[in-house]
Design a protein around this ligand. Structure first.
Ligand code: IFM
Length: 479
């Protein structure tokens, strides 16, 4: 057997652990792949503004072209069909569908997503659509700090539901409101770039309100698909067992995980320790009416998992997991490294066992209130290695580390949720690889490649990586 045969035999062996009916998909988001930012009546989002401010994005990159998916949608759906995924998770671009963030939907924007949905369905690929993956229209002044944005989002959700509700199988209202609040409003490394620290909390609360209003709107629009939300969870540990480290770890768990999970699934914010009651006043003083809007029955819960977090008291380095964040040094705690884990291209700890921990935390925190779960994102950025295939002489992108990452994470999730596993109470329904394509990775620009498919950002040529071949074989070989 040559190396290729070995790899295919490994993929076939791996396929045996995937339960029948378990959904395997790949994910992208509008701003990260579409490009065509001035085409088809699209207007600007806060991310367009942010990427054109100097010093915001590594290498001065912007997403004006990104992976040019807007012009290459046919080619990209053909790649998905070749890969054999069950489902594709994408996001509707808010400024493409509703330029300006109010009024009726843009016909050319509708035509683009009509085409995408029709081609997916013709290829037998089930669409999962996210309504908001960070591209707030610039006209919504104050953005998510302004409570009105939640109402605008509900209105947008209703119209999108009316137009596409017959073809989307699963709806995600909002993707990772924690990242938007923390990176965008608290630390200033994402759009809109404010460094409000704890004063950013209203941006989280308003997204949650927007989520609740969007669920109501989608139901009012009688969409036929299931409805959920996607939160990113990072299991949090204290660096030591001192009271201070424990207290800050609990604080981080609140603002990163619990604020979003508890509100959407339990209809309350977590109990705030007295010493943080002033900093987190909007959570302490929230009205029952707002919580009732946020707490909508969900058909599924979307979990994004990338890495665990270790917290220690005291100021630390100014780097967040997503880049330089000088505002971090104003906080009384910091993120400690995890030297025991290998690191991804981004420098994130590669810790598959913590995906099982994240699922077990969902089970223990939410019990009966937890609907079926989809892992709506998981993946790794790696530098490319271009190799010449010894048999064929053809250049290929060798990313065996991505194969290892994906198989270890899927294995961790499936064993944790199997009978007898720490998260056996979780009804885990699927896993979406982040990402289908190399794309625009926010503050890191084009420096972090997460794709199963390599994108040459000069020619825009697509080249499936070794991991694409592995996943294709896994998908073919499953029972
Ligand atoms: O690229 C992002 C995505 O937009 C949201 N979740 C994390 C990914 C990797 O950083």
């Amino acid at each position: 057997m040559n190396a290729r045969d070995d790899a295919m035999a490994e993929a076939e062996a791996f396929a045996t652990i995937i339960p029948p009916g378990f959904v395997i998909g790949a994910a992208t988001a509008a701003f990260q792949v579409e490009g065509g930012v001035h085409d088809g009546g699209r207007e600007l989002s806060v991310w367009d503004e942010f990427t054109h401010q100097s010093g915001r994005i590594l290498g001065g990159a912007n997403a004006d072209v990104a992976a040019d998916h807007f012009h290459r949608v046919g080619e990209d759906v053909a790649l998905m069909a070749d890969l054999g995924i069950d489902s594709y998770r994408f996001s509707f671009g808010w400024p493409r569908l509703q330029p300006g963030g109010s009024g009726s939907l843009n016909r050319e924007g509708i035509a683009f997503y009509d085409r995408l949905l029709d081609e997916l369905l013709a290829a037998g690929i089930s669409p999962m659509a996210t309504l908001f993956h960070w591209d707030t229209p610039v006209e919504l002044r104050g953005s998510w700090l302004n409570r009105d944005t939640a109402g605008r989002f509900g209105d947008y959700a209703y119209q999108v539901g009316e137009v596409f509700g017959d073809r989307v199988d699963r709806w995600v209202t909002i993707n990772e409101p924690a990242t938007v609040m923390l990176n965008g409003y608290a630390l200033g490394i994402h759009a809109p770039g404010t460094t409000l620290l704890f004063d950013a909390v209203p941006a989280g609360h308003h997204q949650l309100l927007g989520h609740g209003l969007a669920v109501q709107a989608l139901r009012a629009a009688s969409v036929r698909g299931e409805i959920g939300v996607t939160n990113v969870h990072s299991p949090v540990s204290a660096a030591t067992s001192t009271d201070e480290d424990e207290a800050y770890a609990a604080l981080f768990d609140i603002v990163h995980n619990r604020m979003f999970g508890d509100a959407t699934l339990l209809g309350r914010y977590p109990t705030i320790p007295e010493e943080f009651a002033v900093a987190l006043r909007p959570l302490v003083e929230v009205s029952p009416e707002d919580l009732a809007i946020i707490h909508q029955p969900l058909d599924f819960y979307g979990l994004n998992y990338y890495f665990p977090t270790r917290i220690a008291a005291g100021t630390g380095s100014s780097s967040s997991p997503d880049g330089e964040a000088p505002a971090l040094s104003a906080l009384p705690f910091h993120l400690e490294p995890w030297p025991e884990f290998a690191r991804t291209g981004f420098g994130w700890p590669n810790a598959p066992e913590f995906l099982g921990v994240a699922l077990a935390e969902l089970a223990s925190r939410y019990g009966e209130a937890l609907p079926p779960v989809y892992i709506t994102e998981g993946g790794v950025s790696l530098p490319d290695t271009v190799l010449l295939d010894a048999d064929t002489g053809v250049a290929r992108i060798a990313d065996s580390a991505r194969i290892d990452y994906l198989s270890a994470h899927l294995e961790s999730a499936l064993s944790a949720t199997a009978p007898g596993g720490a998260a056996s109470a979780v009804d885990l329904r699927g896993y979406y690889v982040w990402s289908l394509l190399d794309n625009f990775e926010w503050a890191a620009g084009y420096s972090q490649r997460f794709g199963l498919v390599h994108v040459n950002f000069t020619t825009l040529d697509r080249t499936p990586k070794q991991s694409f071949g592995w996943l294709r074989r896994v998908l073919e070989a499953r029972s």
